[in-house]
Design a protein around this ligand. Structure first.
Ligand code: FAD
Ligand code: FES
Ligand code: MG
Length: 278
């Protein structure tokens, strides 16, 4: 059981919880995730550790309500408890002195990349941040990212804030201007990570992406999180979730993420009806 100490709505359908989970906080490292179960009959879902405080024993998660479980999680309030909150899971990010690191966050990928960017900054890397969102109100964690960034660029698809376009447009601009970038880390929708990787491949820049396949146990036993990396099968929960972006079979990942679309739609519809959510 993990008590929700603070609940914040960051944007429409994007919520942030600060949760009391001292055992997870003690061991958490940037790039790791937790597996959450909301109730006894509930499914397990993975969520990235968006922040942690070892002294206070707290872990922060930021999630977008996209389906039944994330909507259900979003109905919980401060003082209530999340039934299972297991972690930290997955391999932590590589935190080394690389030089100039461009950290790219799309949508809820921004909170996911925040502790990684912060840790890279703390050991002396020069951090370029690119945040992308569909529209201004979906730009999240901007203030936190500004604190760890040496340079920051914001893109919105509709041009309502920052540069109009995609994160790849901002990255391309930097690359065309011959900006020296030693490493790129991109976290966000699969299509975004694919586009970033295609671009950086042309420029031969090492690129790390954090993959989000379906997960169940998160400990390497069920195999549902399998992804193809350089032609080999890997389990994202124990071998990742971070991988070399140039080696990922993104099309297979996208196809696998769509496996249960129909069932997920029905499940969300029934849940919304039951809870009276629009
Ligand atoms: P559903 O309607 O059940 O599913 C919506 C879509 O989410 C599906 O089509 C599928 O693509 C995906 N999905 C469904 N079930 C799972 C599952 N068990 N595991 C993973 N993906 C699933 N989301 C955030 O908002 N914030 C995060 O910090 C975050 N971190 C993640 C870290 C990792 C390592 C992974 C693998 C995923 C992460 N996700 C994160 C995605 C999140 O787990 C899914 O959005 C969530 O499971 C959807 O569940 P649902 O029941 O609400 O929606
Ligand atoms: Fe079961 Fe990775 S989630 S093996
Ligand atoms: Mg679900």
């Amino acid at each position: 059981m993990a008590k929700i100490l603070k609940k914040e709505v960051l944007a429409p359908n994007i919520k942030k919880f600060v949760v009391l989970a001292p055992e997870v906080a003690q061991k958490a490292l940037p790039g790791q995730f937790v597996i959450v179960r909301v109730c006894e009959e509930g499914e397990r879902i993975p969520l990235t550790i968006a922040d942690f405080d070892k002294k206070k024993g707290t872990v922060t998660i930021v999630f977008q309500e996209v389906g039944k479980t994330t909507y259900h999680l979003g109905t919980l309030n401060e003082g209530e408890e999340i039934l299972d909150f297991v972690g930290p899971l997955g391999k932590p990010s590589e935190i080394e002195k690389f030089g100039t690191v461009c950290c790219i966050g799309g949508g809820v990928g921004t909170p996911e990349i925040y502790p990684v960017a912060r840790a890279l900054k703390e050991i002396g890397n020069y951090i370029i941040v690119i945040i992308g969102a569909r529209t201004k109100e979906l730009v999240i964690m901007e203030n936190e990212m500004r604190k760890v960034a040496d340079e920051i660029y914001i893109t919105t698809d509709d041009g309502s804030y920052g540069m109009k376009g995609l994160v790849t447009d901002a990255l391309k601009k930097l690359l065309v201007e011959n900006k020296k970038i030693d490493r790129v880390i991109a976290v966000g929708p699969v299509i975004m990570m694919k586009a970033v990787s295609e671009l950086t491949k042309e420029y031969n820049i090492k690129t790390i992406v954090s993959l989000n396949p379906m997960m169940l146990d998160g400990t390497g036993m069920c195999g549902i999180c399998r992804v193809e990396i350089g032609g080999e099968t890997k389990f994202a929960c124990v071998d990742g979730p971070e991988f070399d972006g140039h080696l990922v079979n993104y099309d297979l990942l996208m196809a696998r993420l769509r496996t249960y679309l129909e069932e997920e739609k029905i499940s969300l519809k029934l849940f919304k009806e039951k809870m009276g959510i629009q």
